[in-house]
Design a protein around this ligand. Structure first.
Ligand SMILES: Nc1ncnc2c1ncn2[C@@H]1O[C@H](COP(=O)(O)OP(=O)(O)OP(=O)(O)O)[C@@H](O)[C@H]1O
Length: 363
């Protein structure tokens, strides 16, 4: 399909840019140092001076077991730290320039791929129209799960690399790249509620969107990527508000309140979003996790030269909200579950693993 070809070309171009990036010409001793450092820094390497400890975990509370490449259990020693080139000495300016150029290239690549999700969604729509299919089959579904999960991972690494290279971002307290060591769950939830209510008011032309009650300890903080958490909260809240408005009718003066309850456990922080939006029939539950399942009649059309900067978050329409949010949750060892009481409402459980003890779930 044309949109899928377009995305394929972006990947090809980005790969080309990385492999053809001209390398710095370095003196022999610098090369020698670069090659030597990782070897020297093997098991007993000192930790990077700016390594940040996971504040959710008390020192010695968990021994992180490393799983080596072949799946066997590794040593129970400390975590892996890549301190390759941090041998304490200075590096020549050419190396610094190269690092900057590399980060700049990555920045361009990240931007190029901003609209991959929506463009692939467009490609799947083209496929459905072309083949007269209502749903996609399981091979395409599992391909998309792997594809989007790997995209989350790649963007996480690019984001982290850019943020750590960019000296300005070092001034931001509690941030290590795009990871916030003190992500305030209540503040993020409050912001997501406001945004979802705003989109809902705008979409249905309501004076006041259905209310949302937030139950959360004020100082609840843990280490996470705030962008991921905001995305998951916004998507699930939008679903709840839409269900409430459509079940009770747009002209209602008062709607039942949607509740967001945030619980703090030792292992997980769990967020429950309970709405009274009529629920989902049990037969449709497996479908909500598939890409392109939506009960919106007309999927918003994307301009071929669609530009992310003028993109207004739609109320709903692609059927991507839930499957992508679940990938974000699973990426850091959490999960997203949905339980429906057909005829009454839906409970969505968002489990967030606070131990950072999981490995990247790439298949
Ligand atoms: N809380 C809920 N109550 C009732 N139905 C829901 C709820 N959450 C999701 N659904 C159903 O699941 C479908 C898929 O949801 P999903 O978030 O994946 O996509 P969407 O909201 O249709 O579109 P978008 O990609 O814009 O989020 C929805 O169209 C809706 O029918």
């Amino acid at each position: 399909m044309p949109s899928i070809k377009k995305v394929q070309d972006w990947y090809a171009q980005s790969f080309e840019e990385l492999t053809t990036l001209s390398r710095p010409s370095l003196a022999a001793d610098v090369r020698e140092r670069l090659i030597r450092s990782p070897k020297q820094n093997g098991r007993d390497s000192k930790l990077l001076s700016h390594t940040t400890h996971n504040p959710s975990v008390k020192q010695g509370q968990y021994t992180s077991r490393q799983i080596s490449g072949n799946g066997a259990k590794g040593s129970t020693s400390s975590r892996r730290y890549y301190a390759a080139a941090d041998d304490g000495g200075d590096w020549p300016p050419e190396l610094n320039d190269y690092n900057k150029r590399f980060a700049k290239t990555l920045e361009g690549i990240k931007r190029r791929h901003d609209s991959v999700v929506t463009t692939v969604a467009q490609g799947i729509l083209e496929y459905k129209r072309n083949r007269q299919r209502m749903q996609i089959d399981s091979t395409i579904q599992s391909f998309l799960d792997r594809f989007y999960m790997s995209r989350i991972g790649i963007r996480m690494l690019i984001g982290q690399h850019i943020a750590l290279t960019d000296q300005r971002s070092h001034s931001e307290p509690n941030y290590v790249g795009v990871i916030c060591t003190r992500t305030n769950v209540r503040e993020l939830a409050q912001e997501a509620i406001e945004n979802a209510r705003f989109v809902c008011e705008d979409h249905y032309g309501l004076f006041d969107a259905p209310k949302v009650q937030l139950v959360c300890k004020p100082g609840l903080e843990f280490m996470y990527v705030p962008g991921h958490l905001s995305h998951m909260l916004f998507e699930t809240l939008k679903n709840s508000l839409r269900a409430v408005v459509e079940t009770h009718g747009q002209d209602k003066q008062e709607f039942p309140i949607t509740k967001v309850i945030i619980a703090e456990g030792k292992e997980d922080i769990t967020i429950k979003i309970s709405d009274e939006g009529g629920g989902i029939p049990r037969s449709a539950i497996p479908l909500v996790w598939t890409y392109m399942y939506t009960t919106v009649e007309t999927t918003p059309s994307l301009d071929p030269d669609f530009n992310k900067s003028d993109f207004k978050a739609p109320m709903a329409g692609f059927g991507y909200g839930l499957p992508i949010s679940r990938l974000y949750a699973r990426y850091f060892g959490g999960d997203l579950k949905l339980i429906s009481l057909e005829g009454y409402g839906t409970d969505v459980y968002l489990h967030l693993n606070r131990l950072s003890s999981s490995s990247e779930p790439l298949q």
